[in-house]
Design a protein around this ligand. Structure first.
Ligand SMILES: Nc1ncnc2c1ncn2[C@@H]1O[C@H](COP(=O)(O)OP(=O)(O)OP(=O)(O)O)[C@@H](O)[C@H]1O
Ligand SMILES: [Mg+2]
Length: 262
């Protein structure tokens, strides 16, 4: 598989606090990378780097071999754990807003034929995430799972190549989570996405990912906790292609019996 993203000697520092140190990674097109690690390790910072929301203090990020544009591009979509949809807009309005921002970033308004085409596309995307009957509902009228489906539709309607997920299912109960796993897996296949997903749930990381990456500090200085940053302490390639994927039923997915952390 070809390399989509390359991170070379990436550092994230705030003043003298080192958050990420010396991160070197290649992310293959079409892969599904699960990112795990303790709270505060820098997982969300890592996603912000890829999203272009934050620049590294040192190092280079390449997208298709070119330096990453230092702002959120339409090639990258993001879904956070919660609160990523606008409460004053319906499902359709939220999804169309994603497209309007991508197509006309300054006015965020589409007119006439462009608006009708955007509406049809947004409705089709809501259908694809299972919200075809809920186009006119507002977020407050939706369950948590429905709101996350909406956030996914909003991210995907821009047709990103990379979908970034920051604990997207963390607030959902187990049954709904299993439904969301099936959804994200089918969207990943159907839209040929590259996915980077942060999760605290190790089983979720192994069930969904083609690769599991753990971010943590290699070294600790008890007198100066921010002297060292996190990096990839283990990086496990689980499977090459979506076809090699674990069973659809999460409960049947094998977990590795032991993992060696160097
Ligand atoms: N703008 C900022 N200025 C200073 N420090 C920051 C800033 N943003 C993040 N940090 C620090 O960077 C560290 C990593 O934060 P980050 O949110 O990436 O962790 P995380 O791994 O996502 O944690 P969690 O699992 O709790 O979501 C934290 O110690 C945080 O305080
Ligand atoms: Mg985080």
């Amino acid at each position: 598989m070809s390399t989509l993203l390359s991170l070379r000697d990436i550092w994230v520092e705030y003043g003298d606090r080192i958050i990420i140190e010396k991160l070197d990674l290649d992310i293959a097109a079409g892969s599904f990378v699960s990112v795990v690690g303790p709270s505060g390790a820098g997982k969300s910072s890592f996603l912000r780097l890829i999203l272009g929301q934050e620049a590294p203090s040192r190092g280079t990020i390449l997208l298709d071999g070119e330096p990453l544009a230092p702002e959120c591009g339409p090639d990258r979509g993001v879904v956070f754990q919660r609160y990523s949809v606008f409460p004053h807009l319906s499902a359709l309005g939220n999804t169309m807003l994603g497209m309007e921002c991508a197509q006309s970033p300054f006015s965020a308004r589409l007119f006439g034929a462009a608006r009708r085409a955007a509406r049809d596309e947004a409705a089709a995307m809501l259908q694809a995430v299972g919200l075809g009957d809920s186009l006119h509902l507002y977020p407050a009228q939706m369950s948590g799972g429905m709101q996350q489906r909406l956030a996914i539709a909003q991210a995907l309607v821009k047709r990103p190549r990379i979908l970034l997920l920051d604990e997207p299912f963390g607030a959902l109960d187990p049954g709904i989570r299993a439904d969301m796993h099936a959804l994200i897996r089918s969207l990943w296949r159907d839209y040929a996405l590259t996915i980077v997903m942060v999760t605290h749930d190790i089983r979720e990381a192994f069930t969904l990912g083609t690769r599991v990456l753990a971010l943590d500090k290699r070294r600790h200085d008890p007198h100066a906790p921010h002297r060292f940053g996190a990096t990839a302490v283990y990086d496990l390639q689980l499977r090459e292609r979506p076809e090699d994927h674990a069973p659809e039923n999460d409960a049947e997915a094998p977990l590795p019996t032991s993992i060696t952390i160097d």
